[in-house]
Design a protein around this ligand. Structure first.
Ligand SMILES: O=C(O)C1=C[C@@H](OP(=O)(O)O)[C@@H](O)[C@H](O)C1
Ligand SMILES: C=C(OP(=O)(O)O)C(=O)O
Length: 423
């Protein structure tokens, strides 16, 4: 297995251009495909997750013309897919699997099977499937009940639909993207405590950009007219990835800066920009500009906070905690368990290798850093964020060895070459 050893990094300075946001890129590709006119998408992320979406759109007959790898024109077909593939393979991309399940249920011309890699087949999707079934679709599990692969065989109609948002906000985002295409109007009622709320705001913002009207009646209820048409904004710029920015923000603090992070800032539509407020609370010196961020170092101390709104960037605090004075508690992240791996367990296991004392709760981690960090070889569980978070241990004297660093290709293929350039 490939490994990468990082040790005694002294600084992280200069300027880094973030890749496009995964969450925005996959939404923009799908919404552009659903529009009736072409959309030029600029600063597109190219990574495993966006390749899975691009492959799915190609299989559905959507033309995507590349000016450069990060600038493409999607020739939308208004939901009338030119081709009817029997099946689509979506890897482990939640931002492809969940929205495509709902959108294809709403635009179905012939039955289609949606599948993914081994881990995707362990990531629950019943809350979304139940909601789509309530709206008139017919979706059946081809393997384990409640998990992909799924066969979609009857169209979504609309009406009153309940969905639980307690495991993933992606189910709600998926329904918000699909219900405007249904023949009837819908009333979407959210049940349970909704997790990762800022991603729903992101979906609503982007739907507005693509001409879709959603009426939010309350925190729990949306009214959505059916038979709406997605409209191309002409051009669409994908912001830099705010979750990816968290690694540079952390590296900038540990390496003393000055580091400029380009592509995302105070005007961001991504919830993970909220990472900065927690980092500042922890002692990080960060200045936020509209479209870039400057990091100047800082002395870190532990914090105790609820990270439900930023589950992806929250992982970065787990490894930053190893450099902080005192205890850090990362709370309300139960759905870490159903992501690329069981992140609560994986994180606790790997943090302990550095000498930290870690309590793993059902939905939290409490981390007490060691007096002296130990050199560790870190397993990454095919989880891009495990690899990127633990790279921060390269700033210790003892260093770290990262197993399978290439798994960062899910969202950030050149992360480690950028780290080498800046340190
Ligand atoms: O909608 C999105 O783009 C995402 C929502 C979040 O998932 P959950 O809602 O499952 O927490 C996040 O973890 C994921 O990386 C991207
Ligand atoms: C949870 C993640 O991905 P997905 O979109 O597959 O859910 C992630 O990128 O951290």
């Amino acid at each position: 297995m490939k490994t990468l050893t990082l040790k005694g990094l002294q600084r992280c300075r200069g300027s880094v251009d973030l890749p496009g946001s995964k969450s925005i890129a996959n939404r923009a590709l799908l919404m552009a495909a659903l529009a009736h006119e072409p959309t030029e998408i600029k600063h597109l992320l190219r990574s495993d997750d966006t390749e899975r979406m691009l492959e799915a759109l190609a299989a559905l007959g959507v033309k995507v013309c590349e000016s450069t790898t990060t600038q493409v024109t999607v020739v939308g077909c208004g939901g009338q897919w030119p081709l009817q593939p029997a099946s689509l393979y979506l890897g482990n991309a939640g931002t492809a699997m969940r929205p495509l399940t709902a959108v294809l249920a709403a635009t179905l011309a012939a039955p289609v099977l949606l599948t993914g890699d081994a881990r995707m087949q362990e990531r629950p999707i019943a809350d979304l499937v139940d909601a789509l079934d309530e709206g008139g679709a017919d979706i059946s599990y081809q393997n384990a009940l409640g998990y992909p692969p799924l066969l979609i065989s009857q169209r979504l109609q609309g009406g009153t639909i309940h969905v639980s948002g307690s495991a993933s906000s992606q189910y709600i985002s998926a329904l918000l993207m699909a219900l405007p295409l249904a023949p009837q109007a819908s009333r979407l009622v959210l049940t349970g405590d909704v997790v990762s709320w800022p991603y729903i705001e992101l979906t609503l913002t982007m739907l507005r950009d693509f001409g879709i009207k959603i009426i939010q009646v309350s925190q729990q209820e949306f009214h959505i007219e059916g038979q709406q048409q997605y409209q191309s904004p002409g051009e669409y710029w994908v912001e830099g990835d705010a979750s990816a920015a968290s690694y540079w923000l952390a590296a900038g603090v540990l390496g003393g800066g000055p580091l400029r992070i380009e592509g995302v800032g105070g005007k961001s539509i991504q919830g993970d920009i909220g990472f900065i407020a927690y980092l500042q609370q922890m002692g990080g010196k960060v200045t936020v500009h509209d479209e870039y961020i400057d990091v100047q170092g800082g002395q870190l101390h532990g914090i105790d906070a609820d990270f439900n709104a930023i589950p992806d960037a929250a992982m970065t605090f787990a490894t930053l905690a190893l450099f902080a004075k005192g205890r850090t508690a990362i709370r309300n992240v139960a759905n870490w368990r159903i992501k690329e791996t069981d992140r609560l367990h994986a994180m606790a296991t790997e943090l302990r290798k550095s000498g930290a004392v870690v309590e793993e709760g059902e939905d939290y981690l409490i981390i007490d850093p060691p007096e002296q960090l130990k050199a560790a070889q870190i397993a990454t569980y095919d989880d891009h964020r495990m690899a990127m978070c633990f790279s921060l241990l390269g700033f210790s004297d003892v260093g770290v060895t990262i197993e399978d660093p290439d798994c960062c290709a899910k969202t950030y293929p050149n992360y480690f070459s950028e780290l080498q350039r800046l340190t």
